[in-house]
Design a protein around this ligand. Structure first.
Ligand code: GSH
Length: 210
C-alpha cells in the first residue's frame, strides 16, 4: 500500500477513499467535481478495507477525504467542505432560507427515506411485510420531492445544487430496485429530475471506473 500512503500524504491534492457504487461516496465525488477540486481517489472494497483507511477513520465507512491534517469522514461534511473551498459560485447566490430547505431535505433522505429504502432493497429480510408495503413506505419522500419540483426543475432552483447531488444517488437506488414500478409511479417530475441527473456530465464523470 505504498501507493496509498503516498497519495494520502500528498499535501497539495485532496485524497478520497471511495467506493464507486456507494451513494454516499457518489455525492462526495460529485460535489468535489462540481466544485472543480482536483482530487486523487482510491477505490476500496468493503470486504477488505485498507488498514491505512481504518487507521485514519476507525468507523470504517466511505467516503473519507484527507487533505493535509484534515480528515473528513461524513459525506455531507465532504460536500460542504468542497463547496466552501471550491470555485462553484452558485451557492453564494443562495439565500439562507434555500440552504436550510436543502439541508432539511437531506436530513429527511438520510434519516427517514434511507431506512425505508434499505428495507425495500433487501425485502427478503422482511418476510412479514409484502413488497408492496415496503414500496409504499418509501413514497412519502418521493411526494416531498415532487412538491419541491413543482416550481423549479431542480430541488432548490433551476440549477443543480448540493441538495440534488446529495439525494439523487438514493432515488437512483430506489428506481433501480424495480424500474418498471418506478416508471409507473405518479411522480413525473421526480422521474424527469432523476433522468436529467443520471445523464448529466457531472454524474457521468463521478461514475468513471477507477
Ligand atoms: N454517514 C456516512 C455513511 C457512509 C456509509 O455508510 N458508507 C457505506 C458504503 S455505501 C460504508 O462504508 N459501509 C461500511 C461497510 O459496509 O462496511 C456518510 O454519510 O458518509
Amino acid at each position: 500500500m505504498i501507493y496509498v500512503n503516498k497519495l494520502v500524504k500528498n499535501k497539495s491534492t485532496p485524497f478520497l477513499f471511495s467506493y464507486r457504487r456507494c451513494p454516499y461516496a457518489m455525492r462526495a465525488r460529485m460535489a468535489l467535481i462540481d466544485s472543480k477540486i482536483n482530487f486523487n481517489a482510491f477505490e476500496i472494497t468493503l470486504k477488505n478495507k485498507p488498514s491505512e483507511m481504518l487507521d485514519i477513520s476507525p468507523k470504517g465507512t466511505v467516503p473519507i477525504l484527507i487533505f493535509g491534517e484534515e480528515v473528513i469522514d461524513e459525506s455531507i461534511d465532504i460536500m460542504m467542505w468542497a463547496y466552501k473551498k471550491g470555485i462553484s459560485l452558485q451557492y453564494s447566490n443562495f439565500e439562507k432560507k434555500l440552504i436550510n430547505i436543502g439541508l432539511d431535505l437531506i436530513q429527511k433522505n438520510d434519516n427517514e427515506f434511507k431506512l425505508c429504502l434499505d428495507q425495500y432493497k433487501y425485502s427478503i429480510n422482511y418476510p412479514s411485510k409484502t413488497k408492496e408495503e415496503l414500496q409504499n413506505s418509501c413514497l412519502f419522500f418521493l411526494e416531498v420531492l415532487e412538491d419541491r419540483l413543482d416550481e423549479h426543475f431542480y430541488l432548490l432552483s433551476d440549477k443543480v445544487s448540493f441538495a440534488d447531488i446529495a439525494i439523487m444517488p438514493f432515488i437512483r437506488q430506489f428506481a433501480n430496485v424495480d424500474m418498471k414500478y418506478f416508471s409507473s409511479l405518479r411522480f413525473s417530475k421526480v422521474q424527469r429530475w432523476l433522468l436529467a441527473l443520471i445523464n448529466s456530465e457531472l454524474f457521468i464523470k463521478a461514475m468513471i471506473k477507477p
